[in-house]
Write a protein that binds this ligand. Structure first.
Ligand SMILES: [Zn+2]
Length: 366
């Protein structure tokens, strides 16, 4: 998939967008989301499956390279972000995280992410940080976390965005490494760290390995997520359910097991759908083959997400648009999916209600 968003018709801005001046919206929206309809853009949204390191725009990657005295061109970044297949993606992810060396780097990418969230009318995000990678690189995570928090505070102040952190462990690094990540999450849980998760290669790190680490995180008040059923079969999703994961990242292969889909629907376990990601990594053969509509029709609580938007040349509004255009979701369905994104969040009850009330007031006019 190409790197530059193709020019489609310009976005029409509707008056129900809030928090922004009209000129700001036009400038940002046209630059980032040429292919999204005004309706999709106007829906207030939350994003629950979003990797900080996968959301670094090519321009910011170049800025980081320059900051660290490395040569590079926009074409190099484009080539890197075009890497296809699951391993290609993991390699690109590794290369980009190699540019994140100082607290200031983390502050920069957090702030830029929040700027993008604002442009898409995303009011709240729960953002994965690959703490497993930081620890693997022997970085001073205490200092990095200060950078993350400074970026978050500045972004909250300047853009009015709510953001919580999810600390992500790397499956293939094993159970001990995951435990170290979750210990960091416990250490910082009073500073906007709400949950933990595991990502990476499911085949090299099956869920059973992480039972103790998940038990530790849960008993210390953290919420539980897991990437599951992305590059492994439905047994991996069952395994994540056994870990007591409260939200399921991808669950793409759950469709192979009707009993599992039934279980997800009955228990209303939110599934974080990432359409473009699944196609780009080759985990899903083609967009029309994705089970998102099947899940929806069978009563699974789904949310739409961009996963690694910069790397996959997408955005959350684009994911909404693709969902509607490819699978025939009505505007009413789209409102339901956007509402789900707040409902499935890990916000405290009072704050969640506040967002839901706000959503209902605005979406009724969208
Ligand atoms: Zn992910």
């Amino acid at each position: 998939m190409g790197f530059v968003t193709p020019a489609v018709k310009p976005v029409r801005i509707v008056s129900s967008l809030f928090f922004y001046s009209k000129s700001t919206i036009i400038g940002m929206a046209v630059a980032v989301h040429r292919s999204s309809s005004a309706f999709v853009l106007s829906l207030p949204k939350a994003e629950l499956h979003l990797h900080l390191e996968g959301a670094i725009s090519p321009a910011t990657v170049l800025e980081l390279k320059k900051r660290h005295g490395e040569a590079g061109s926009i074409e190099d970044v484009a080539r890197l972000y075009r890497s296809d297949g699951f391993n290609g993606f993991l390699m690109a992810f590794k290369e980009v995280t190699g540019l994140l060396r100082t607290p200031a780097d983390y502050e920069l990418i957090t702030y830029r992410l929040m700027e993008q969230l604002k442009a898409e009318n995303i009011l709240h995000a729960e953002v994965y940080v690959s703490v497993g990678v930081c620890l693997w690189r022997k970085q001073n995570f205490d200092a990095i976390f200060e950078g993350l928090e400074q970026g978050r505070e500045r972004g909250e102040r300047d853009f009015g965005i709510s953001l919580l952190w999810i600390f992500d462990a790397v499956r293939q690094f094993g159970a001990d490494a995951a435990m170290e990540v979750f210990q960091q999450a416990v250490k910082w849980r009073d500073r906007h760290v709400v949950a933990i998760g595991i990502g990476g290669d499911e085949q090299k790190g099956p869920p059973e390995l992480f039972r103790d680490a998940y038990g530790y995180a849960a008993s210390n008040g953290l919420r539980l997520t897991a990437h599951a059923g992305e590059n492994a079969g439905p047994e991996s999703v069952w395994g994540a359910l056994n870990l007591q994961a409260e939200r399921m990242g991808h669950a793409l292969t759950a469709v192979q097991d009707p009993e599992l889909v039934e279980e997800l629907a009955t228990r209303q376990i939110p599934v974080e759908i990432c359409l473009t990601s699944n196609v780009r990594t080759g985990c899903c053969a083609s967009l029309p083959q994705h089970p998102v509509k099947d899940y929806f029709d069978r009563g699974v609580m789904i949310t739409l997400n961009s996963d690694d938007p910069a790397m996959f040349n997408t955005s959350l509004t684009r994911e909404y648009q693709i969902t509607q255009d490819t699978f025939g979701f009505t505007n009413e369905h789209m409102r339901e999916l956007a509402r789900n994104s707040f409902e499935a969040s890990f916000l405290p009850a009072e704050k969640k209600l506040e967002f839901l009330n706000l959503f209902d007031a605005i979406a009724a006019r969208a």
